[in-house]
Design a protein around this ligand. Structure first.
Ligand code: MF3
Ligand code: CO
Ligand code: CO
Length: 270
């Protein structure tokens, strides 16, 4: 199917999905969330990120689904695993987790052609106090962004809700990566910025599907990409956290496609 020319689009090129499409997104989002729920018990000191990714790959296959990231722009893994000062796109490998490490695991699956994209934070062993605060602020910022996701509001309202809260907590929002439209494609318009001004940007409309996935740093917001061309880290080596949901705009708010069936979205609820 040609995503550009079939169906309803806004002038900004944002697809307006039909009510029936929500079911496909709920199914894909639910599988991604279940996989993240089930991986919780596999995160512990001594574990490698490669082994976590292997288990994720197995679960995607066992569900009869497809990984959206294997083969995406040359990426070869079913997850991104971003430890401590890694902001996003950490590549699973032989790195052994130690107690006090915090990590984001990001999984995107394709079910019946629909993309489910979600990430959340995990802890190996004991959660350090500073990291706990960072994780809580990042989680709260995502939820504030989701509360601002309703028809009539703009994408700037979402970014503003996230940025103003994070900065009030003396932390910083990463500017170099953003959320994105998705649906029957992985990445589509618009870029969902996690900073911005109230009232700016495209207006939200029923049927828009997109992710919100704020990355928050304890230090400065600047990032750099390592020589592997994927791993993004904080320039000042400060700790970074991220949570991601895929959502769909309804007549009066939004539906979250990637809610945790086990209530394990936040690491301290695990
Ligand atoms: N899941 C990531 C996102 O939130 C994208 C990962 S692309 C990969 O958009 F190739 F790095 F896996
Ligand atoms: Co995403
Ligand atoms: Co993701």
């Amino acid at each position: 199917m040609d995503d550009k020319h079939d169906g309803r689009m806004t002038k900004e090129g944002i697809r307006l999905h039909e009510r029936a499409d929500f079911a496909g997104m709920h199914k894909a989002g639910r599988l991604a969330a279940i996989i993240l729920d089930e991986i919780t018990d596999h995160v512990y000191p001594g574990q490698t990120t490669a082994e976590i990714d292997r288990i994720i790959t197995e679960k995607v296959m066992a569900a009869g689904a497809e990984s959206a990231t294997i083969g995406y722009r040359g990426y070869q893994h079913a997850s991104c695993i971003s430890v401590n000062h890694v902001v996003c796109h950490g590549i699973p490998g032989p790195k052994v987790l130690k107690s006090g490490d915090i990590l984001n695991i990001d999984v995107t699956v394709i079910v019946d052609g629909w993309f489910g994209d979600t990430s959340r934070m995990y802890v190996a062993g004991e959660l350090p106090r500073k990291a706990e605060r960072l994780i809580q602020v990042t989680y709260d910022s995502l939820m504030l962004g989701i509360e601002a996701a309703r028809p009539g509001n703009t994408f700037g309202d979402i970014g503003h809700a996230i940025q103003s809260y994070v900065e009030s907590q003396r932390m910083s929002v990463v500017r170099d990566f953003c959320g994105h439209g998705l649906g029957r494609v992985f990445h589509a318009p618009p870029n969902v910025l996690h900073y911005g001004r109230a009232g700016q940007g495209p207006r939200l409309e029923e049927g828009m599907f997109f992710t919100i996935e704020p990355m928050v740093n304890l230090g400065r917001p600047e990032t750099k990409v390592l020589g592997d061309d994927w791993t993004a880290v904080t320039r000042d080596k400060s700790l970074s956290a991220q949570f991601e949901h895929s959502i769909g705009v309804t007549a009066d708010g939004c539906e979250i496609f990637t809610s945790s069936p086990a209530g394990r979205f936040h690491p301290t609820w695990a």
